[in-house]
Design a protein around this ligand. Structure first.
Ligand code: SF4
Length: 177
């Protein structure tokens, strides 16, 4: 897996101060995507173990609330298989002390969660069990709004994953506006 950028002390992609990882590769291809260079799976640099360690250690800072993973598309199958390893390490080190947000241009209930979903893999359920928030849905320029919390268009949903898994239905976070 490659990544384009890591932003430390990021405040735009989730609550509080965070580390934000932008992975490479996306097949969603939303028209007017703001980040088309990241569609290429070879864009950026290789996500090595030392890069992974830097990200994990950046969460040690008491002011850092958590980790956000964006793209590109984190839920392309090849990215899921590498990211699940990162998530396991973050949970092993910090348990529930840090929260984890992931973004996807795919839909939770159509593409990702069902076993028949086009981006469901053998690690998708494990990923969902380890994250707190999923922001899902493609960017739709006609529904673009500048006043939205943590997302670009109003079709995108901020999903509370813990409650969603507990209740067996999509539970939106109160952060949706
Ligand atoms: S999912 Fe994200 S990176 Fe992919 S095309 Fe849509 S906006 Fe761009």
């Amino acid at each position: 897996m490659n990544y384009g950028t890591i932003k430390y002390f990021d405040i735009a992609n989730g609550t509080g101060i965070r580390t934000a990882l932008f992975v490479s590769g996306c097949r969603v291809h939303c028209p007017l995507c703001f980040n088309q260079v990241t569609w290429d799976f070879n864009y950026g640099k290789e996500f090595t173990e030392s890069v992974e360690e830097m990200i994990i250690n950046s969460l040690d800072d008491q002011f850092v609330e958590g980790l956000s993973i964006l793209g590109g598309e984190p839920f392309e199958p090849e990215n899921q298989r590498r990211l699940v390893e990162l998530l396991r390490k973050v949970r092993q080190k910090y348990h529930d002390k840090k929260n984890i947000w992931m973004y996807s241009g795919y839909l939770f209930d159509k593409d990702l969660k069902p076993e028949s979903g086009r981006k469901h893999t053998e690690v998708t359920d494990e990923i969902f069990s380890m994250i707190d928030i999923l922001v899902d849905g493609p960017f739709i320029n006609e529904q673009k709004r500048l006043d939205l919390n943590f997302r670009g268009s109003s079709n995108q949903r901020i999903i509370d994953m813990k409650e969603t898994l507990k209740q067996g239905k999509i539970v939106l976070s109160p952060l949706n506006n």
